[in-house]
Unconditional design. Structure first.
Length: 176
């Protein structure tokens, strides 16, 4: 048998052997079933205070902040919103400071473990009936995050001396 024919047959035999050996390869499928978790306020706002201040006969602007921790483990991508409501500030003598004087001036986001929330709510007066104060638009706010709300309180020039208190309630609702 001529040398070139032997070399050609050897090459065909080697290629055929590789094809037969390769036919033993198989593929495996990996699966993971994930169920929806919950949407919750992981850390409710703690009591917050404005600095003790002497009345001057002028309007006084005070600042403070409160923090809300959110956990969106739903896997829904629906987004969510925080709704807030504040009551009138009242002292022991029944003197009041209007709830309209209590405002949110900004929100900082930290502690993000997933996708950071994208807020489309403009800061302003803290509502006196439940209304949105912050939101995570669709496809944002997934995982955990901490929202720090900067607040301001305007004290009218004719306010009576006293310790004033109000109640701030924050809830979370699915959807931006």
């Amino acid at each position: 048998m001529p040398r070139s024919l032997r070399a050609g047959l050897l090459a065909v035999f080697m290629i055929g052997s590789l094809l037969v050996a390769g036919s033993g390869v198989s593929a495996a499928t990996s699966t993971a079933t994930l169920t929806a978790g919950s949407l919750s306020i992981a850390a409710a706002p703690a009591n917050f205070a404005y600095p003790s201040t002497a009345l001057t006969g002028d309007v006084i602007n005070l600042t403070s902040s409160f923090v809300v921790g959110v956990n969106d483990a739903t896997g829904s991508k629906a987004g969510w919103n925080l709704q807030g409501v504040v009551t009138v500030l009242t002292d022991a003598g029944s003197d009041t400071i209007a709830a309209a004087n209590h405002t949110i001036s900004g929100v900082a986001i930290s502690g993000v473990t997933g996708t950071a929330p994208t807020n489309s709510i403009t800061p302003g007066q803290i509502p006196t009936t439940a209304a949105k104060i912050f939101n995570a638009t669709a496809n944002t706010g997934k995982g955990k995050s901490t929202e720090t709300f900067s607040t301001a309180l305007t004290i009218p020039a004719d306010t009576a001396a006293g310790t004033y208190t109000a109640t701030l309630t924050v809830t979370i609702v699915s959807g931006p």
